[in-house]
Ligand binder design. Structure first.
Ligand SMILES: Nc1ncnc2c1ncn2[C@@H]1O[C@H](COP(=O)(O)OP(=O)(O)OP(=O)(O)O)[C@@H](O)[C@H]1O
Ligand SMILES: [Mg+2]
Length: 279
């Protein structure tokens, strides 16, 4: 099982589009995938047309109340892809978690317990966590539940602002909380072909993140918005588009990582290492 948090504290850089498209295409390739929507904006849930209304169970109940992932997970219209949906209740989670002991490891703890009890939660090949644009307690929960971090980086002048901060936070979490999560994939997004500026930014991204930058670059395309308006992925909305082939190429690279040492240790390590250390 690979558990991957999709994080960038900058808003609108493609976290949700990446989480949904990577999840959807991994599922098409036969992987069993759980997408965790850890953002009160609930954009992943909306894109997949899953409405967890405010009085229904959602990720909030997993993070703050007694619910377990298996009580909340729903199927999506995409075969092999399940979703742990979010809604606006999650906006309260930060305040509601303040008093709770172990508030940084709620997500890890709930997932771990579900797996330990041999529920279906243990059968996923991939758990992908779509985070909100902040480094709040929810994002720290994602960091501590994950073994890998993917960072979508928008090709723009300000793209690298904050990247250093994210690297520092990851280091801090690992050192202070005895975790071993790593930035294993940086995804260039909103790339405009023919733009000299974007090429420059990409160069700088590669200097900062070195080998962890994927070879695949996600180009800028208006198809994402059009597809999302229909609650579809670009694979269904326009299968022969550049957008569709970009995310297919990215997923190929992600699957290829399974054979790497990193992939192997990610599979072995996961939550058990965290819980051995802290419990
Ligand atoms: N490669 C792309 N080219 C053009 N538009 C894109 C691309 N990726 C995402 N978008 C669009 O840009 C907007 C922001 O994308 P997305 O919601 O994935 O970002 P995000 O990082 O999840 O945002 P937030 O920080 O608010 O959660 C959306 O309207 C989405 O459809
Ligand atoms: Mg988002």
């Amino acid at each position: 099982m690979r558990v991957i948090a999709v994080i960038n504290q900058k808003g609108g850089v493609g976290k949700t589009i990446t989480s949904v498209h990577v999840s959807a295409f991994l599922a098409r390739r036969g992987k069993k995938v759980l997408l965790v929507d850890l953002d009160p904006q609930a954009n992943s849930s909306l894109l997949l047309n899953v409405k967890a209304s405010l009085n229904e169970l959602s990720i909030y109940d997993v993070m703050v109340e007694d619910a377990f992932p298996e009580d909340v997970i729903v199927d999506t219209s995409i075969e092999n892809l399940s979703l742990l949906p979010s809604n606006l209740n999650l906006a309260e989670a930060e305040i509601d978690l303040v008093e709770k002991p172990g508030r940084e490891i709620k997500l890890a703890e709930k997932l771990y317990k579900s797996i330990e009890r041999e529920t279906f939660v243990g059968s996923y090949d991939y758990i992908i966590i779509d985070c909100s644009p902040s480094l709040n307690i929810l994002t720290v929960n994602a960091l501590l539940a994950a073994k890998e971090i993917f960072v979508p980086v928008q090709m723009s002048y300000f793209a690298l602002k904050g990247a250093g901060h994210l690297i520092d936070i990851v280091k801090l979490v690992n050192e202070e909380l005895g975790h071993g999560v790593e930035i294993t994939g940086v995804i260039p997004t909103f790339f405009k072909e023919g733009s000299g500026e974007d090429k420059e930014v990409l160069k700088k991204v590669k200097e900062t993140f070195k080998d962890s930058v994927f070879d695949t670059v996600i180009r800028s395309s208006d198809i994402y918005d059009k597809a999302a308006a229909q609650h579809e992925t670009v694979f269904d909305y326009k299968p022969d588009s550049g957008a569709s082939s970009d995310y297919k190429n990215l997923v190929k690279e992600i699957i290829d990582m399974e054979d790497d040492e990193e992939g192997k240790s990610a599979k072995k390590g996961f939550l058990s290492s965290l819980f051995k250390k802290t419990h």
